[in-house]
Design a protein around this ligand. Structure first.
Ligand code: GRF
Length: 200
């Protein structure tokens, strides 16, 4: 079961997946890291983990569709079964959504549909909710809007700052994302319209 991970930043979620694979707890082959920022720390992590890397500079292409067509070729060449978006900060177009719908997931640091988009953790603190969390969902054409697979709640404590909360949010992500990948690897997830069910 071959996966590609898309990331743009530090790659702690990428690392959590790599760690699970290396511990023998996640039976997948990480075929490729796709990254839109060649200097991002996640690229270092991939080199360290001997995961092949495909980096690109978006502004060097005339459109999103143009670079996504290249990425799709890389994925097809490697017969990738699942795309995992883990902090990939680009809008995805139909070039990837079309062939991969139902085989492309994203992790988002809030309990969607609350607080979609960027700065989700800060949004939750600013709004004053008592509980936030993390969501893993299938990627559709919208922004953080695809069918939800799993969620995990994270309490917001008194006098919480976005930084202290972010640590607990990321810890929850590092558990939930590998778990959902394991369910998909075991073919236990089914999608019926917007409803997702996971067989035990
Ligand atoms: C994570 O919080 C993820 O939910 C969000 O971007 C962050 C990526 O963090 N989309 P990292 O690069 O995996 O450390």
């Amino acid at each position: 079961y071959r996966i590609a991970i898309f990331a743009s930043g530090s790659g702690s979620n990428f690392q959590a997946i790599v760690d699970q694979v290396q511990k023998g707890k996640l039976d997948v082959s990480i075929e490729l890291l796709v990254c839109d920022r060649p200097q991002a720390y996640v690229v270092e992590r991939a080199i360290e983990a001997k995961v092949p890397v495909f980096t690109f500079v978006p502004k060097e292409y005339e459109s999103r569709e143009a670079y996504e067509a290249l990425i799709l070729k890389e994925l097809n060449d490697r017969q990738v079964d699942l795309i995992v978006m883990a902090g990939y900060m680009r809008i995805i177009t139909n070039v990837l959504v079309e062939p991969y719908f139902g085989r492309m997931i994203n992790i988002h640091p809030s309990l969607l549909p609350s607080f979609p988009g960027v700065r989700a953790i800060e949004q939750a603190v600013e709004y004053g909710v008592k509980q936030t969390g993390v969501t893993v969902h299938f990627v559709d054409g919208g922004l953080d809007s695809g069918p939800i697979i799993a969620q995990r709640a994270v309490e917001i404590h008194e006098h919480e700052t976005a930084d202290s909360l972010a640590e607990r949010i990321h810890a929850a992500e590092h558990v939930l994302l590998p778990q959902v990948i394991r369910w998909l690897r075991e073919d236990r997830v089914s999608l019926d319209g917007r409803r997702v069910s996971v067989r035990s």
